[in-house]
Structure formats: structure tokens, C-alpha cells
Design a binder for this molecule. Structure first.
Ligand code: SAM
Length: 217
């Protein structure tokens, strides 16, 4: 997916992926990861997700990265926050309280940018990317996260031949192949859900969601 694809989606408010509540798998599984309060949590391809505010509400510092300035602006406006803004080589940083959102390309982040992150949360980020970009995302971006980092990854599975992504279907074998070089992977759950249940996946006869715990070696 080229950046223009996502910029257009935000410009036309075609954001069926945005949820009006925090991700249920985040609420269910995050506490068991044991990430200490006060730690910094990386949220790649964060949109204006309510997960950012939920994590901050649990006492974490949050570092999101998002291509769309519209998404970043709407996040702060919808939470009644006025961020301080600063430009660095990674993009435009917006900071308000415990939340920092970089408006920029996630693939431009390096180990220095992510050095302070003790955890990572991915909902609708890996599955937003086509296969070649998934390789880069897991193999290059995630490889910059420090040893000991914990992660929670939420995916969707459906017969890919039935519809084009995004979101893309990413099954367990692919998750393991993508992350195994640098991460220990444990599946936490896999549940069938009704076709069309997340409104942004239409036209699939079968649909499931899965969640994985990741630990950076
Ligand atoms: C499917 S949405 C999911 C957003 C969010 N995770 C959520 O759950 O609502 C994917 C988001 O990633 C952003 N995005 C896509 N490619 C990106 C990149 N290379 N760097 C930063 N953000 C990107 C898009 O603008 C879009 O907001």
C-alpha cells in the first residue's frame, strides 16, 4: 500500500477500521504480558485508535506512529488535548501528557527512535500491509525494538482469495515465519467471528481473529 492510499482514506474519511471502543483483545490479554506501568509502548500505524488513550490510562507512556496528519489531529482533538509539536528526522512529533504521536513513516524509524520502548501493540497494522511490506515490517521495523520487549499482536484470518486486502489475512504459520527470527511467539487465542463483524471485512465466507504474545530475544 502506498502512502497515498492511506492519505486518501483519511481525506475521504473511509476509516471503517476505526473502532469506537478499545480493542477487546488488548483489554483481555495486555495485563498478562506484565509490562510495568510507566514503560513506553510502541503503537505502529496507530490511526486515531482509542487503544492509545486506553494504554495511557493504564499508566503507560505511548509512542504512536501514523502517516496521516488528519488522524493525528483528530486523535488529540477528540481527547481534548493540545499537543506540543516538534520536527525531527522521523517526522512531526506531537506530545500531550503520556502520549506522543509521530506523524511520519513507520519504516523511517530506527533503533534510536525505539530504544525506550518496552512493549509494542499491533491491531490492524501488520494486517494492513501487503505481503512484501509485512516482511519489512516484521523483519526490519520490529527488529529495531530492544531485547526483552513484549508485544501483543492481533490478526484476522479469512480465505484471501475471496477478497482483496486491506485488511489482509495473516495466519499463524505466517506470523511465526515473520517473527521467529527475533521473537518468541505464543498464540493466546483464535476465535471465529461472524463475516462482516468488523465492518471493514466484507465478502469473506469465514473469518477469525487471533492474538499472539511476542517476546523479543
Ligand atoms: C488499518 S489502519 C489501523 C489504524 C489503527 N491501528 C486502528 O486500529 O485503528 C492502518 C493505519 O496505518 C497508517 N499507515 C499505513 N502505512 C503507514 C506507514 N508506513 N507509517 C505510518 N502509518 C502508516 C494508515 O494511515 C492507517 O491509519
Amino acid at each position: 500500500m502506498q502512502p497515498e492510499f492511506w492519505q486518501q482514506r483519511w481525506a475521504h474519511h473511509e476509516i471503517g477500521f476505526h473502532q469506537p471502543v478499545p480493542t477487546p483483545q488488548l483489554l483481555a490479554h495486555w495485563p498478562a504480558l506484565g509490562v510495568p506501568a510507566g514503560a513506553q509502548v510502541f503503537v505502529p500505524l496507530c490511526g486515531k485508535s482509542l487503544d492509545l488513550a486506553w494504554l495511557a490510562g493504564q499508566g503507560y507512556r505511548v509512542l504512536g506512529v501514523e502517516l496521516s496528519q488528519i488522524a493525528v489531529d483528530e486523535f488529540f482533538a477528540e481527547h481534548g488535548l493540545v499537543p506540543a509539536v516538534e520536527r525531527t528526522r522521523y517526522g512531526l512529533h506531537h506530545r500531550a501528557g503520556a502520549i506522543e504521536l509521530i506523524c511520519g513513516d513507520a519504516f523511517g524509524l530506527d533503533a534510536e527512535a525505539l530504544a525506550g520502548c518496552a512493549a509494542v501493540f499491533d491491531r490492524a497494522a501488520l494486517i494492513a500491509l501487503p505481503p512484501d511490506m509485512r516482511q519489512r515490517y516484521a523483519g526490519t521495523l520490529y527488529a529495531q525494538l530492544p531485547a526483552g520487549c513484549r508485544g501483543l499482536l492481533v490478526t484476522l484470518e479469512y480465505p484471501q482469495a475471496e477478497r482483496a486486502g486491506p485488511p489482509f489475512s495473516v495466519d499463524e504459520a505466517e506470523v511465526r515465519a515473520l517473527y521467529a527470527p527475533h521473537w518468541d511467539v505464543a498464540r493466546l487465542e483464535r476465535q471465529p467471528i461472524l463475516p462482516g463483524q468488523p465492518g471493514f471485512v466484507s465478502g469473506a465466507s469465514r473469518l477469525a481473529t487471533a492474538a499472539y504474545a511476542l517476546t523479543r530475544r
